[in-house]
Every structure is written in C-alpha cells, then in structure tokens.
Design a protein around this ligand. Structure first.
Ligand SMILES: [Zn+2]
Length: 91
C-alpha cells in the first residue's frame, strides 16, 4: 500500500481565483520515503499543488478532516467514508 505524507499549501502559491485552496490547505504527497524524512520539503501533491510537507502529520488522519483537499482525498481514498459535498467546480 502506498504511503502518503501530509503537505500544507504554500500561501505564496495560492491563486485568488481558487478560494478552495484557502479552505482546504492540506494535501497528500506520495511518500517514497518516510514522511518524517520529508518534513519541511517542498513537494508536489497528488492533485498537482505545490505544498510543504509536515512530517508530524499523518494523511490518514488529516485526510479525513474537513480542511483536506477534496481532490487529494478522492485520489488517495482517504475520505471514502465521507461525502464530498463541498466539491464544486470553480473552473
Ligand atoms: Zn490536493
């Protein structure tokens, strides 16, 4: 099974046209190394966002929360038990 580290969206990369980035700052990063080792690294999230890895967080837990990126949750299946009711296309 693939391991995912937790990444936090970098404020300087936030796009004003996509307010969802502010509501869901947490993303999943495919971890090829233990998440602790990736701590602080800037990585590409599975949804394509540029994020900074927080090695102390676990995607299993963060992905189930409301502030997790819906796209990352969907790709990783972390929130399969939850309904993505806030998934609205913004163009
Ligand atoms: Zn994401």
């Amino acid at each position: 099974m693939e391991t995912f580290a937790v990444g936090f969206a970098r404020p300087d990369r936030w796009s004003w046209g996509r307010p969802a980035a502010r509501d869901h700052p947490w993303h999943a990063v495919a971890a090829h190394r233990p998440p602790e080792e990736l701590d602080g690294e800037v990585e590409l999230a599975v949804c394509g966002a540029i994020v900074q890895v927080w090695g102390s967080q676990t995607w299993e837990r963060t992905g189930a929360g409301r502030t997790a990126c819906p796209q990352c949750v969907s790709i990783t299946g972390a929130g399969s038990a939850l309904t993505p009711d806030r998934l609205t296309p913004t163009g």
